[in-house]
Design a binder for this molecule. Structure first.
Ligand code: AMP
Length: 346
C-alpha cells in the first residue's frame, strides 16, 4: 500500500526507471532511455566501470552501494523515492535482495506484482500454480522409492541450474544423493526433448498477452557433453552460462499462447491482481510435440538479452525495435499517460 501512495505522490513528468546493475539491466536501461526515461543503476564499486562503458545503455545516474542488498537501506530507498523511481525487478534482484526482504522492507514502487514472489520461490506452490493453469508438468516423486524411471533431483532454493543431479533410475539416484540431504531435494521425472523458454509479456494497460521472444539456455557442461563424454567420467552439470535464440514451428505457437494465458488466468485466482509484465516458462518439447514445463519465472529473464533490438516475434506487435526492457518502459509510459501508474506497481 505504501508503494501505491508513494507512486500517487510522484511527479509524473519526472518518473525514472531504476534497477540493480546485473542480469538484464543493460537492456532495461537501454529500453527506458529509448522511451525517454531517466535511468538509475544501483551498482557495486567493482561493477561501476562496466556499467559506465556502454554509451546507450549506461544509466544516467549510479547509486553506488557496498552490496546489492544495501538497496534496502533507508537512505537508498529515500533517494529512489526522491527520483520518482519505478524499480524493475529481475532475476538477480530477487537473488541478491531476497524475496522476504523485498516483500517486507522495500517501499519503493516496483513494476509488477510482488505477490507472485511466494508462488515463484516455493517449488510446491509453483507446481500448484502450473497445474491450475492447465500447464503440463513433470511427475513429482514423493519419495525415492516412488522413482520408476529417469529422474532429476533439484536442491530447494538452488538457482541458475546449480544443485541438480540426474540418474537413470532409483538405485543410481540413491547412490548419488547424500542421504542426510535427501529431504532437501525435489525428485522430478526426467523429461526428454528440446528446450524452449518463451518470453511472455502480459500488459495490464493494453489487456493483452504478447510473446516477445524465445531462447534456450546454454548450460555447462551438459550442452556440449557429446564432445567429451568419452574423456570424462562424471555426472553432467546444468550451470547456466549463456543463452541462444530460437523460434518454434509456427503450428506450436498456439499451445504456447494457451499456456501463457492459463498462467495469467490462474494467477488472478491464486494471488490477485495476478501476474502481469514479463514472465517466462521453462519447457521441454517432447517428441509427441507436447510441451512440459518445469519452471515459471515471473519477471524479465536473462534470455531476453538476446533481443535488445527486437525478436522474430516482437516485430509482429511493434514497428519499432522492441526489447522486453523497452516493453516495460512502454507499459510505464502508457500507464503514466493514462493516470494508471498505481495499477502496474506494488
Ligand atoms: P531448473 O533449476 O528447474 O531451472 O532446471 C535447470 C535445468 O535443468 C533446465 O534448464 C533443464 O536443462 C534441466 N531440467 C530441469 N528439469 C528438468 C526435467 N524435469 N527434465 C529434464 N531436464 C530438466
Amino acid at each position: 500500500m505504501r508503494t501505491k501512495e508513494a507512486a500517487a505522490g510522484y511527479d509524473h513528468k519526472k518518473i525514472s526507471i531504476a534497477t540493480i546493475c546485473s542480469h538484464s539491466s543493460l537492456q532495461i536501461f537501454h529500453g527506458a532511455r529509448q522511451e525517454g526515461f531517466r535511468t538509475i543503476g544501483i551498482c557495486t564499486r567493482e561493477r561501476k566501470k562496466l556499467y559506465q562503458s556502454f554509451p546507450l545503455a549506461s544509466p544516467d545516474r549510479l547509486i553506488v552501494v557496498e552490496r546489492f542488498a544495501d538497496l534496502l537501506n533507508e537512505e537508498v530507498q529515500e533517494e529512489l523515492l526522491r527520483e520518482n523511481a519505478v524499480v524493475i525487478p529481475h532475476g538477480s534482484f530477487v537473488e541478491y535482495v531476497g524475496a522476504d526482504a523485498i516483500l517486507s522492507r522495500f517501499s519503493v514502487p516496483t513494476f509488477g506484482n510482488k505477490g507472485v514472489l511466494p508462488w515463484e520461490s516455493d517449488r510446491r506452490k509453483q507446481h500448484q500454480w502450473l497445474i491450475a493453469a492447465g500447464v503440463a508438468v513433470p511427475r513429482i516423486y514423493p519419495t525415492l522409492d516412488a522413482v520408476d524411471g529417469p529422474v532429476i533431483a533439484k536442491l530447494s532454493g538452488a538457482k541458475g541450474g546449480r544443485g541438480l543431479v540426474h540418474a537413470r533410475n532409483r538405485q543410481e539416484m540413491e547412490e548419488k544423493l547424500d542421504p542426510a540431504l535427501i529431504d532437501n531435494y525435489t525428485l522430478q521425472e526426467y523429461i526428454f526433448g528440446t528446450r524452449y523458454y518463451p518470453h511472455y509479456f502480459y500488459s495490464q494497460i493494453r489487456s493483452r498477452l504478447e510473446m516477445l521472444g524465445i531462447d534456450r539456455r546454454d548450460e555447462t557442461n551438459i550442452d556440449e557433453m557429446y564432445r567429451y563424454h568419452d574423456l570424462i567420467d562424471r555426472s553432467p552439470t546444468y550451470v547456466v552460462v549463456g543463452n541462444r535464440p530460437i523460434v518454434v514451428r509456427e503450428s506450436l505457437l498456439g499451445g504456447l499462447f494457451d499456456y501463457g494465458e492459463g498462467l495469467v488466468e490462474a494467477s488472478r485466482r491464486l494471488f490477485s491482481p495476478g501476474l502481469f509484465g514479463p514472465f517466462c516458462l521453462e519447457m521441454v518439447c517432447q517428441e509427441d510435440m507436447k510441451f512440459i514445463a518445469f519452471e515459471v519465472s515471473a519477471r524479465i529473464v536473462a534470455g531476453t538479452n538476446l533481443y535488445p533490438v527486437g525478436s522474430p516475434y516482437a516485430c509482429y506487435y511493434f514497428d519499432s525495435e522492441m526489447s522486453t526492457g523497452r516493453r516495460i518502459a512502454v507499459e510505464i509510459r502508457e500507464a503514466v499517460e493514462q493516470g494508471r501508474l498505481e495499477e502496474i506497481i506494488t
